[in-house]
Write a protein that binds this ligand. Sequence first.
Ligand code: ZN
Length: 494
Amino acid sequence: MSADLRRRIAAAEVELHSLREQLQQAEQAEQQEAKAEDASHSTEAPPWPWPLVSDEYDRYARQLILPGVGVDGQLRLKKASVLIVGAGGLGCPAALYLAGAGVGHLTLVDGDTVETSNLHRQIGHAAARVGEYKVDSLAAAMRERNPTIQYTVYREHLTIDNVSRFLGDGERSEDKKDERSEDTKDEDRKKIDLVLDCTDHPAIRYLISDACVRAGIPLVSAAALRTDGQLTVLNWPVGKGPCYRCVFPRPPPAASQTSCAEGGVLGPVVGVMGVLQALEAIRVLVTVPPTESVPSPTLTLFSAGGAGGLAAPSFRTVRLKGRRENCFACSEDAPLKKLGSLGDVDNNGWPDYVQFCGGSTAVTQHILQPEERVSVTDFRKLHNQQDSTQKHWLLDVREKEFYNMGSISGAINIPYSKTQTGKAVDGLPSWLPEGITEETTPIYLVCRVGNDSQVVTRQLKTLGLDKGGSRFVGDVEGGILAWKRQVDSTMPFV
Ligand SMILES: [Zn+2]
């Protein structure tokens, strides 16, 4: 019995040994086969056969399938270089959408830093980046959206002194040093294909338009203020479409020039206009410009405002005439062309934009004589001493919304806009407070920073309210801003 078992164990051990050897040979054969397969893969991989890289088919999938874009349009976007002037309320949405769309090279120009009061509308910035340069803050948001394209930032404002560095004068000047961020190399520099004007000052708008005409670059121009916006594509097709001066040959009156910071703007209003700028930019970049029939230029107007408040938003698009025959910048004999090339004449060959636009608010700063003005600290003393026998008038000429936010006690609100348009009743404007003409007590005027108050002081004197000089009429120098800084830090100031 035991002998039989020993014989069977011995036979099983021989079989086991044989099976182990067979397994080892089989495994070695399999390994060699796998290696051979790997090797054949690496040598036989075909070259990437498609015009966009793999990630781009993924990233831009939803716009690639649109008939207006397609692979050809996407390639045009990829090759394009776009300059965005202004990284604020218009520039933020415009830049973010163009980054998302895959424009190959985006350049930002803005010398401002991010403030808390920007965040309600400038959606490319964030609370954590307050104090940073706007171009750096916006570029960070753009990289989060699309890290695969190229960004260049300039931490400075566009002026007549540096505009040729960004746009050139037909040719880009390559020899000048600039303050671009260090991660951009000179060889990255290429001609700008399109400019977006996202600024908020008339003088800069004319400068950008003139520079685009000179350099032969199309321009997408937008503006937004309070509840209204406007949008137009200029100098497109290049050399045929009207320029900013063709559409607006004269700047708005200096008194009506207000920036978003002073005039106020609703976030979504400026957002809508910035998004539309991005849309127009994409349209210009993916479209092959027609050579024969030139499309009619248009001006799109947006409004979310009604009588004294908000209204249902509405768009209106008006057809523009083409170029003006006598345009200062783009006509056959344009005076701009006669200013010579850059660096040849005064102002580097550019006209005086500040003078052209009425000198902005700077011209109104010294309307009154020193004796017609009182400092905020002196005014506080006499205001606090006020009793029934020594009264005075204090007229706050800021707009109602500013006044309602906070005002000096006893101030009567007479909005500046009313003082400039009000109708006369019996020879006197209807906006004058009742009883002010009969009394002889002093009249003080206060506004936001001390400009409008001087204008209205002059008006009241012209109307004879100073009784031939025997009654004091003057302004509180520096306005509510000075009052906040020197007298009452709790005063809200916007
Ligand atoms: Zn023109």
